[in-house]
Design a binder for this molecule. Structure first.
Ligand code: SF4
Ligand code: SF4
Length: 302
């Protein structure tokens, strides 16, 4: 486990996830962040859906110049040193090295996770790691003037910057995006510590694959968003199972709760002994705020 997964003292780390795409995960993440903002909390909000980040649009922002580039190391063969022994190909667990009999190994970049096992194992030092850019990190400081701030905070906590949006973006076509998420998280936690944020939100991608696991790892709590459809229920099972394996306390938010049959979702919640924390009905108000990039100002739903 890397440095990025260490907890930062006193900062609450919350993940918002969902097994299925299109259930309103990012929308709910923004609504929750708005709720914490109105409570006067300083927030770092992290878009970990690095293959298709779009939280900045929901928050009415634009991505300008990246604040940081994300790099990873990949293997490069030094032919003059290689004895064609085949040990690297036998070691690679990602099947990213193909070695025809008696020939040099061939590295299949798309399958390589950059784990480093091949250059560590090669007895002849014939593989060296080479740095390659795999993504970018953007930082938007969203001004307090963009939020509807309760009067009680107008002259106190909200005089200072309270909302930082971090967007992770993987290089187009990158097969394994987990390392990008890991580095985005590390950057976010450092920033949160520096600006003394109280809450960090990690808005994960949909699914249960590696980048989602990276986003969820070591969070204090995960909000799992679902919808009352057969697919919603099916994928809820998968994400709850994952959270259980990762030992992350979980709450369920049922979005568009009035548009389907929620019995299956209730059954799964019961199976995992997890409460459905909130049922959010379909709301035109949310759809309009979503399209205007004003979700942080919606109150009373989460
Ligand atoms: S382990 Fe090293 S020497 Fe053996 S095939 Fe791989 S690169 Fe060549
Ligand atoms: S770095 Fe890891 S995944 Fe990539 S080729 Fe080497 S052993 Fe395989």
């Amino acid at each position: 486990m890397g440095k990025q997964n260490k907890k930062v003292n006193k900062i609450k780390t919350l993940a918002v996830s969902g097994g299925k795409g299109g259930v309103g995960k990012s929308t709910i993440a923004c609504l929750l962040a708005g709720k914490f903002l109105r409570e006067g909390k300083k927030i770092v909000f992290v878009d970990c859906d690095v293959e298709c980040p779009n939280d900045y649009l929901l928050l009415g922002e634009k991505l300008k110049r990246p604040i940081k580039k994300v790099f990873a190391e990949f293997p490069k063969l030094i032919k003059e040193k290689c004895k064609k022994c085949g040990l690297c190909a036998r070691t690679c667990r990602s099947n990213a090295i193909f070695q025809p009999r008696g020939k040099y190994p061939i590295f299949i970049e798309d399958l390589c996770s950059g784990c480093g096992a091949c250059w560590a194992i090669c007895p002849f030092g014939a593989i060296k790691p080479e740095k390659e850019e795999i993504g970018k990190i953007y930082l938007n400081k969203i001004p307090n003037s963009k939020f509807q701030i309760p009067n009680k905070f107008q002259n106190s906590k909200f005089k200072i910057q309270n909302f930082y949006l971090i967007t992770g973006e993987a290089k187009a076509g990158l097969e394994e995006t987990g390392p990008v998420v890991a580095q985005v998280k590390e950057f976010a936690l450092k920033l949160a510590k520096r600006v003394k944020a109280e809450v960090v939100f990690f808005d994960s991608a949909a699914g249960t694959h590696c980048p989602v696991i990276q986003a969820l790892l070591n969070c204090d709590l995960a909000y799992v968003v679902t919808e009352p459809t057969p697919m919603g229920a099916h994928d809820l099972n998968l994400i709850l199972d994952l959270c259980k394996k990762l030992k992350i306390p979980t709450k369920i938010i049922l979005n568009q709760a009035d548009l389907g049959k929620k019995q299956k979702v209730e059954k799964i919640a019961k199976k995992y002994k997890i409460k459905i924390e909130k049922e959010i009905p379909y709301s035109k108000k949310i759809v309009e705020a979503y399209s205007r990039g004003e979700l942080l100002n919606i109150t009373g739903l989460v």
